[in-house]
Design a protein. Structure first.
Length: 335
């Protein structure tokens, strides 16, 4: 399988007046061609920062790449300049956000915006670009695309605006799409439609998708693989099926317990008591220890190492240690 993205042991911090915030602390993950990886976790766990640091969307300073490497299609892009990144953004990798207005220009007709996006990367005529914009708007389900091209973003509903943003993100056929909480602001029906649209386009265009979410319903509807993040680290990763039915990290298990056995619509990750640690001063041991009902003495003293269980599965928890007591952690019930 072709590896589109690989992140190796990435550390990314923010330097603030109050000190260093260690937002990403040794994240490793990969995305193969045409697959969807969901990065799951509570807000502040580093999932957005991880993806934004791949696309270099965070100004440095205050952001800082401390160590680790980012590979795009086998090429190390960690030290790419802004000029090099501009060639990748939009054409090779794109990002969509919860609020489409962060990427749409409110004062420009949407057809024009999409055209500009194409012309930035491709040497084609304005007329051709216009045609491509219309085609793309049709593809994402905007009614009457010729006419809609002349509309401004505010003339669309939230769901339609999200479709426009997806059209803009995918019009140059990037290899990877980062979708940061793309449906969080939408009602349940529109949410399902947008996820279906992303799934459909992914299949049609062969795009890899990284979907960032705190909503396990979204994961169940989209992802082949999952990376669960907690306090700036990936604590568990593997195929969605394996993780849903057989979670091995107590945090993952806690998340899943809060999810109904149906499609999990609308349920969010709020039911685990306690809150994540302060990333100004991350704890010496496991960051989840204060909230973990399986916590052992060693957990508060030493960081758990990453245990590779094969089949793309890895877990970072002391329960994986051969001498630890064995539990079957609760996950999603098989129907
Ligand atoms: Fe719980 Fe210990 Fe595993 Fe951390 S390492 S999740 S505290 S059992
Ligand atoms: Mg976020």
């Amino acid at each position: 399988k072709e590896r589109i993205l690989e992140i190796k042991d990435l550390y990314f911090s923010f330097d603030t007046y109050a000190g260093e915030v260690q937002a990403v602390r040794g994240v490793s993950l990969y995305v193969n061609r045409g697959e969807t990886l969901a990065i799951v976790g509570e807000s502040g766990c580093g999932k957005s920062v991880t993806c934004q640091s791949v696309m270099k969307l965070i100004p440095t300073p205050p952001g800082r790449y401390k160590s680790g490497d980012i590979y795009y299609c086998g090429e190390n892009i960690t030290n790419y300049s802004e000029k090099q990144m501009q060639k990748l953004r939009g054409r090779e990798m794109s990002m969509i956000f919860q609020d489409p207005m962060t990427s749409l220009n409110p004062t420009m007709r949407i057809g024009r915006q999409i055209e500009e996006g194409i012309l930035k990367h491709e040497k084609i005529s304005r007329t051709e670009a216009k045609q491509r914009a219309v085609q793309m708007l049709r593809k994402v389900g905007i009614p009457d695309p010729e006419k809609s091209c002349r509309r401004y973003p505010h003339e669309f509903s939230g769901g339609m605006r999200q479709r426009v943003m997806i059209a803009m993100a995918l019009v140059c056929n990037p290899k990877i799409l980062f979708a940061d909480e793309p449906t969080t602001a939408l009602d349940v029906t529109t949410q399902a439609q947008i996820l279906e649209l992303i799934n459909g386009l992914k299949k049609e265009l062969g795009t890899s998708v990284v979907i960032i979410t705190h909503d396990l319903g979204v994961v169940a509807r989209t992802a082949e693989r999952i990376a669960v993040m907690y306090a700036g680290k990936v604590v568990e990763t593997g195929f969605a099926r394996d993780i849903f039915y057989n979670p091995m990290h107590p945090y993952t298990s806690g998340l899943l317990e809060s999810m109904p056995s149906g499609n999990g619509n609308g349920k969010t990750l709020t039911s685990i008591p306690g809150s994540p640690p302060d990333l100004f001063a991350p704890p010496e041991g496991c960051a989840f220890a204060p909230r973990c009902r399986y916590c052992m003495k060693i957990c508060t003293e030493m960081q758990p190492e990453i245990t590779d269980l094969g089949n793309g599965r890895s877990v970072s928890c002391w329960l994986m240690h051969p001498k630890a007591p064995k539990y079957k952690l609760p996950g999603r019930k098989r129907k």
